[in-house]
Each structure stands twice: as structure tokens, then as C-alpha cells.
Design a protein around this ligand. Sequence first.
Ligand code: S3P
Length: 180
Amino acid sequence: MSPASSARSEKNIILTGFMGTGKSTVGQLVAAELDREFVDMDTLIEAREGRPIPRIFAEEGEPYFRQLEAALCAELAARQGLVIATGGGALVPEKNLRVLDRTGLVICLDCAPEVLWQRIGCSENRPMLAEADDGRFRRLAALLEQRAPAYARIAYHLDVTRLSPQQVARRVVERVRGWE
Ligand code: S3P
């Protein structure tokens, strides 16, 4: 490997996108394929806090969780060669996107709301959907719409609506190899 390509392969691969798009599953597959370390931001936050995300939201409130996310983005930006799966809201603040974007390739996974609904409509551990028991689908669709401008800031997108995690992972790996 030339020094230039080896330096480039140190860049992070960051998977983001709405809840239920498969970031964590795909991230694990990509990390295994590229023999890289995988970091799931939500799992790391839960481990450090010693409590699951719904409890963090319930006991401390959303702003506290968002602070943890922002700090973790900055921390991970100091590292190289990682495959990172963010939480669905982690790169909504432009500052967090900018800090990680500098360190590698950010890919946003997109998915049709109906398919997201099939995947996460009944999920108990998604506090962002928990507030609207009477209209969870509407809440999901509204949140997706609200976040659209933030996701649109991301340069690379992959529509995962009709793809299995394995197919998505293959496309991510192809993109990473094409980019290196
Ligand atoms: C959130 C998404 C969740 C988790 C938290 C908040 C969001 O991660 O970080 O519940 O704001 O979209 P997943 O996208 O992995 O579900």
C-alpha cells in the first residue's frame, strides 16, 4: 500500500441516519469486512452512564443526552480508522457533523417512513417516539421531516429501503474502497 492510500485508510467511516435505518447492524458488518474497530455511540453512552437510553432521557432529559452525544462526537473525532454508528439525532446539530466530517466519510442511510415504521413502530427503547402514544407514526413522520434539512447537509446518502443489511454493508464498503 502506498503511504498516501495507507494514510487515507485511517479515516473514519461514520454511519448516520434516522432510527431504524440499520446503522448499528451495517456498521458491524462493515467493520468486520474492513477489519476495523466498530464504535456504536449509543452503546458506548449506555455503558458509560450505566443505564439504557430511555432511562437517561427519563432521568436527565434530552438536553443532557445531546450533550453526551456532542462530547462523544468530539472525542471520536480525535481517533482514526473507526467504523462509527451514530444515534439518529447525533449529527443533527451541524457542529457535530462538522467535527466528524473532518475525520472521514459520513454516510447517511435513508429509508421510506413506512419501512421505518415496520422496523421501529413498536420499539420500546426509542424515547424520541415515546411522547406520542396516540400517533407514533405521525411523530415518526414529523421527526423525519423536521430532520430532513440536517440530513441533507450530509454529502453521501444511501437509500436502504429495499436493501438487506448485508447489501447495504456491501455498498458502503464499495464506496469506501472507491473513495480510498
Ligand atoms: C435518537 C436515536 C437513537 C438514540 C436516542 C435518540 C434520535 O438511536 O440515540 O434514542 O434522536 O433519533 P438509533 O438511531 O440507533 O435508534
